[in-house]
Ligand binder design. Sequence first.
Ligand code: HEC
Ligand code: HEC
Ligand code: HEC
Ligand code: HEC
Ligand code: HEC
Ligand code: HEC
Ligand code: HEC
Ligand code: HEC
Ligand code: HEC
Ligand code: HEC
Length: 301
Amino acid sequence: MKRPRRPLPLTRGGLVLVVLLAATALASVSVAQDGAERVGSDTCEGCHDDVVASFEDSVHWNTDPEGSCENCHGAGSAHAEEMDPSMIRLFVADTPAETRSGACVSCHGRNAEHANFRRSDHALGSVACNDCHRIHPAAEDDKPKVTPDLCYTCHADVQAQFSLNERHPVRQGGMDCVDCHDVHRATRRARLGGFKRELCLSCHNEYRGPWVFEHEASAVVGCLSCHTPHGSPNRHLLTYQRAGDLCLQCHPEQPFFHDVTETVPGDPPANTRQFRATGFNDCTRCHSEIHGSNNDALFLN
Ligand code: HEC
Ligand code: HEC
Ligand code: HEC
Ligand code: HEC
Ligand code: HEC
Ligand code: HEC
Ligand code: HEC
Ligand code: HEC
Ligand code: HEC
Ligand code: HEC
């Protein structure tokens, strides 16, 4: 099934912010291009009327028509005189990512979401704002600007994970990368949140508890101690196909415990023979309340 293409969302309720930004932007944004001065969008239009025509409806133009072009491209008097592209800020691959993003952060850095962009994995990996956002409506670019296709241009390994048999339904359009990731923030990892599971619980609330008997693996270490987030060849997105292999990562001593022949509390009485016969490795056959239980400290059913 094909995911409906979703453009990057337009501004939501940003009017107050627009006014604020517009008022403060002018003073701070003019990035001098070695002594150049601002000449105003009208001057740019004299030679780039096609660009202006396609830009006039955009949120950036509406914010500040007079200064618009130079808010991002920097003061343009030298370029306007010489018509030399190297005398104005370009947003091309060999413009350092920091310089490109710097032009955007001068305004967007005022909002908490983008203030820490330079500490994000993307900024540290030399990915700039315009590697993901297209500013000019008419700009030709071979990169898709919608998720998840946008993300796959650089994260092909993740695309492969979402093609595995067991996976979160991103390909089916049921959810999106940005449901779990905030690409702008300085978070080192996905926003796994408190006890590394708040993110997961935001959708899988039935595993939140509180339980009388918590499984510390889930409550303290987090969901990823047993599950992978994207996709897995194993059932239920587990890190191991067999429960035995999974549980023995943290409970290596248990086989010996289960190897006793005396009757243990539990129904029916368990003994070595019985464990083996019934598939000892299938831990969750008996410890079925593996995410937490209100009845049994050992998560038995
Ligand atoms: C007198 C004419 C003139 C004026 C005024 C002018 N430009 Fe240019 N600009 C050019 C020419 C010519 C080029 C080179 C076009 C090319 O190489 O395809 C250019 C190139 C550019 C480029 C690079 C385009 C590319 O494809 O690499 C940008 C960005 C740019 N101008 C922005 C501006 C801005 C912003 C202003 C207003 C501050 C402005 N220009 C004013 C003539 C002008
Ligand atoms: C919000 C920042 C921003 C504003 C405002 C802006 N530009 Fe750009 N400009 C960019 C970026 C980023 C690119 C690289 C291509 C893209 O992302 O669309 C670019 C590319 C260009 C190019 C290169 C050709 C192309 O389309 O790739 C020209 C020419 C240009 N801009 C001129 C202008 C003019 C003239 C204005 C004023 C009408 C303007 N820009 C306003 C950010 C901006
Ligand atoms: C002069 C200040 C200013 C600069 C510089 C600026 N922006 Fe904006 N931008 C705004 C304002 C104001 C809005 C509308 C309110 C909002 O969404 O924050 C906006 C909206 C946006 C949006 C929302 C989507 C949309 O089209 O409605 C994106 C994406 C964006 N800007 C990206 C960029 C990028 C990328 C750059 C750098 C190439 C940049 N901006 C530079 C002021 C600026
Ligand atoms: C790795 C790709 C990527 C980079 C780099 C990136 N963005 Fe975004 N941006 C997105 C995606 C995807 C969305 C949609 C987010 C969502 O729906 O949560 C978005 C949304 C936005 C919005 C829409 C308003 C909002 O908060 O919903 C603005 C404004 C914006 N980005 C500005 C920027 C600026 C400024 C930079 C650089 C400092 C930047 N972005 C860098 C991918 C990126
Ligand atoms: C232009 C290439 C590019 C695009 C497009 C891109 N990324 Fe990235 N991404 C990178 C680079 C480079 C890094 C930092 C190096 C690394 O850890 O792989 C990174 C890091 C990340 C990380 C953190 C990795 C870690 O080790 O913790 C996440 C999560 C991420 N990207 C998600 C996304 C999402 C979601 C999208 C789509 C909205 C996206 N990326 C689009 C290049 C890109
Ligand atoms: C269900 C939530 C969820 C969704 C949806 C999701 N991720 Fe992740 N992603 C995570 C978590 C959690 C981690 C951290 C894994 C870890 O720390 O071991 C992660 C790690 C990553 C990493 C760094 C590690 C790696 O495997 O390379 C990248 C890059 C990444 N995700 C990109 C993406 C992209 C691109 C998409 C959309 C196609 C996406 N993610 C969708 C939760 C998600
Ligand atoms: C945005 C909502 C959302 C978030 C966040 C989310 N999930 Fe999911 N998860 C889903 C959906 C939707 C499905 C598919 C359910 C289905 O197919 O019945 C799913 C399926 C699963 C499955 C497979 C269930 C099965 O029947 O095999 C596991 C395991 C899982 N998620 C674990 C996690 C973990 C761990 C996290 C945190 C890293 C997480 N989820 C975050 C929505 C989410
Ligand atoms: C100790 C390992 C472990 C931890 C930690 C763990 N799980 Fe699971 N989870 C499992 C196992 C094992 C299964 C398969 C159930 C079975 O074998 O009976 C499973 C199944 C699931 C399923 C599918 C259930 C179904 O019946 O469709 C979801 C959804 C899920 N887990 C979500 C989560 C979330 C969310 C967290 C974090 C709050 C989490 N898990 C933490 C081991 C774990
Ligand atoms: C990431 C490590 C981890 C994994 C994987 C894990 N556990 Fe645990 N488990 C713990 C911790 C920590 C405790 C509580 C501390 C303790 O007493 O050992 C615990 C407690 C238990 C208990 C309660 C008995 C006791 O000793 O307190 C049972 C039963 C149990 N786990 C079964 C399982 C089963 C079955 C699996 C596989 C589905 C599993 N665990 C996977 C870490 C883990
Ligand atoms: C046939 C059912 C059954 C299977 C299969 C099973 N267990 Fe148990 N397990 C029990 C019973 C019953 C107890 C309680 C013994 C008692 O109360 O003294 C127990 C106790 C435990 C305990 C608690 C030990 C303690 O110190 O109190 C852990 C941990 C445990 N099992 C882990 C596992 C692991 C890991 C697997 C898979 C490799 C597994 N079990 C498979 C029935 C089972």
